[in-house]
Design a protein around this ligand. Structure first.
Ligand SMILES: *Cc1c(COP(=O)(O)O)cnc(C)c1O
Length: 410
């Protein structure tokens, strides 16, 4: 039968795994451990010679069903699920890198990822931050000990878009791991495998869950990277075909040893949320474009950053790569309008630090999520003091537009 599209595929993913009693949702399996009649079977599970579960920190049927859904969404090979998006990023990097290695990263980053990279730097892993909207900056930063290039698809909060295709080709040529954070686009708007990503992270907390009541993160191996050319794989994990080496090391050294396992209850929430991802994100992107256009024309707004505006520096790239322009926009207000008064005047936009929620959320970023970074780094990232980031939700468009109109008029 023909390959199904996004929603048709994921809605039936659990059922295709033949779950118990023909249930349509994979049940929440809360058992921490799994027992075997024959002790030899337990040994085979431990040695990866038989499919099965031993202890839930490493795998669990509910978690595995969610991992399978993410793999289908990303059209990848295998995924590993973590307690949060940050756990997915930190555990993966710590599992794969060693002291003396070097990373090239986009300078336009989620604040906590930036903070994590500074910690890695203190552990002996070199980091060079570059303007990744142009591949030549990435290429110039590569050193003999560079192992990995890290980028986000649409960057927080000013919405820069990395030179995703060209960086993919560069990484392929130089045998570097290409690690793409797809959180802001989700696999619904963009498939990093199409630009030759090796590993993809998603914060499931955001669009994939959508309801904002469960944290979670995932790492997907696309199958494109040749792990036999990577120096840091431990001999223990080289016993299967080399396509599995990287993800096995991430599961063992990353998930098992660092221990940031997702609770099965959360996996269930995230899985149910993901059923409607496409409908929600399409609607949110449509709302975001309308709000960006309204703000762009408004005299109280100095600048709007949104990839859907033709004035955005990477507008053409976004048009070429993404199905829609995303649901995040940043607004720099005119000096006559205080950003706190503006946020307080919005009725449908909650002052909150999350993004990708069904509800519209807004935050004054320089004073909150980018505060710890300091004024210099903020300036280099294009973050003005009056900058407000809006994560646009799925409320009705007319209500949102009316709300922005009245809040800008105060
Ligand atoms: C939120 C976010 C993360 C971290 O995810 P958590 O689930 O909150 O840990 C990583 N990258 C991006 C781009 C994010 O927006």
């Amino acid at each position: 039968m023909a390959k199904k599209q996004f929603t048709s595929t994921i809605l039936h993913a659990d059922r295709k795994g033949q779950p118990e009693h023909g249930v349509l949702h994979k049940p929440i399996h809360t058992s921490v451990a799994y027992g075997y009649e024959d002790a030899r079977e337990l040994v085979e599970v431990f040695q990866n010679k038989r499919q099965g579960y031993a202890y839930s920190r490493q795998n669990n049927p509910t978690i595995e069903a969610l991992a399978n859904k993410i793999t289908l969404m990303e059209q990848g090979l295998t995924s590993v699920i973590f307690a949060t998006g940050m756990a997915a990023i930190s555990s993966t990097l710590l599992a794969l890198l060693r002291s003396g290695d070097h990373i090239v990263s986009s300078a336009f980053l989620f604040g906590n990822t930036n903070s994590l990279f500074n910690t890695l730097n203190n552990l002996g892993i070199g980091i060079t931050f570059v303007d990744a909207t142009d591949v030549t900056n990435v290429e110039a930063a590569i050193k003999p000990n560079t192992k990995l290039v890290f980028v986000e698809t649409i960057a927080n909060p000013v919405t820069q878009i990395a030179d995703l295709s060209a960086i993919g080709s560069l990484c392929e040529k130089q045998k570097l791991i290409y690690f793409v954070d797809n959180t802001m686009t989700s696999p619904c708007l963009f498939l990093p495998i199409k630009v030759k990503a090796s590993l993809i992270i998603n914060s499931l907390t955001k669009y994939i869950g959508g309801h904002g009541n469960a944290l979670g993160g995932s790492v997907t191996d696309t199958g494109l990277y040749d792990w036999s050319s990577f120096d840091n794989i431990y001999d223990n994990y080289k016993n299967k075909e080399s396509a599995q080496w990287g993800i096995t090391q991430i599961r063992k050294k990353g998930l098992r040893d660092f221990g940031a396992a997702l609770a099965p209850e959360s996996a269930h929430h995230l899985s149910v949320g993901s059923d409607t991802l496409q409908m929600r994100i399409n609607h949110a992107c449509d709302n975001a474009l309308a709000i960006a256009e309204l703000c762009d024309r408004h005299p109280k707004v100095k600048k709007v950053s949104y990839p859907g505006l033709s004035t955005h520096p990477q507008h053409d790239r976004a048009r070429e790569l993404f199905k829609h322009f995303g649901a995040i926009l940043s607004i720099e207000l005119d000096d006559s309008l205080d950003c706190f008064d503006f946020l307080n005047a919005l009725e449908l936009v909650v002052s909150s630090s999350n993004l990708g929620d069904n509800r519209s959320l807004g935050i004054p970023v320089a004073h909150t999520i980018y505060f710890e970074m300091g004024p210099e780094r903020r300036a280099s990232m294009g973050i003005a003091d009056s900058l407000v980031r809006i994560s646009v939700g799925i409320e009705e468009k007319a209500d949102l537009l009316a709300d922005f109109n009245q809040a800008l008029a105060i």
